[in-house]
Design a protein around this ligand. Sequence first.
Ligand code: NAP
Length: 330
Amino acid sequence: MSANDPPKIVVTRETPGSYDPIAAQGANVVIGPPSGYPDQADLHRFLRDNAPIDAVVSMFHDQVNDAFLDAAGGRLRAVVNFAVGYDNIDTAACARRRVTVCNTPEATTEGTADITWTLLLAAARRLPELDPFVRRGGWAEHGLMGMSDFLGLDIAGRTLHIIGAGRIGMAVALRSIGWGMPILYTSRSRKRDWENAPLNATRVTIDEGLRIADFVSIHCPLNDETRHLINADRLAKMKSRAVLINTARGAIIDEAALVEALKSGTIRAAGLDVLEYEPHPAPGLIDLPNVALTPHIGSGASKYRAMMTEIVCENVTAILQNQTPPNPVT
Ligand code: NAP
């Protein structure tokens, strides 16, 4: 490999959309298999086989640590995460090696807000029980529904507490307007735009919000401060009719404590797009009728995934041109 070789960009798994804008810069783009490398040793082997690499496009399940960076080789200039959250990246290790880290904000906002509402509605109106009831012939066997069968939780006018008042939190809150829900928000800094129309939201501490709200939805990043932010003590502060939704990162909730809270009726129901140890649910979770589950698919609509690829291309192109990329993670 000589200094005149074209830059090499490695994408660790196939994504919708085109990497042609990077190839048009004269770069050699290598794309991993459709299912990526769930096994980190296989991922490192793939990187080593393609080293030296100038930029890696990583996925949220790739652990970007010293071993990953070593495997990519000493020419690495950037890691662009195909995600907004970058809790999978050791940013300190990247900084030590002067490797720029970027992410793909904006593209995931609407899709993740949609999956949040999918789960909120499903958990409140008992979709995890109702769908199998119809499919497995329970309805046909039972006959017409009694007026007290499978009663759900009403949503309109109920209070919604958003933990993490950023892009996705805002999109979730805006979608609640049709339901006329008072909005509470928790974030480290005050957000005046949340306190103005149309949301007219009230800033609360996390514990105040958990005590008051009927629906709690998590939208903060996962980091040392937010790991197990929702634990057994906090679950105990919630209303027994409350519904907890998590589309951020699984480890923000102590999942074993959540299983207990759902079993014992401490809270009514939950909706989870993310798990603490993906793709493995905590023992007992999938046996519970009062939890709606999706497999970390917040941004999973073709428009948004293609938009993420576009944003990746913009960041890699800027790096190749020695310019500041549009979405560095600081
Ligand atoms: P964002 O715009 O950066 O919003 C995150 C918000 O969280 C910020 O406004 C921040 O405000 C707040 N925050 C940070 N630390 C906090 C803490 N300790 N307590 C309470 N609030 C805190 O990010 P986003 O685009 O909305 O994405 C949010 C998260 O969603 C991502 O980090 C990612 O993990 C997750 N996500 C999941 C999917 C999926 O497929 N399920 C897709 C996209 C994103 P302050 O700085 O003022 O606290």
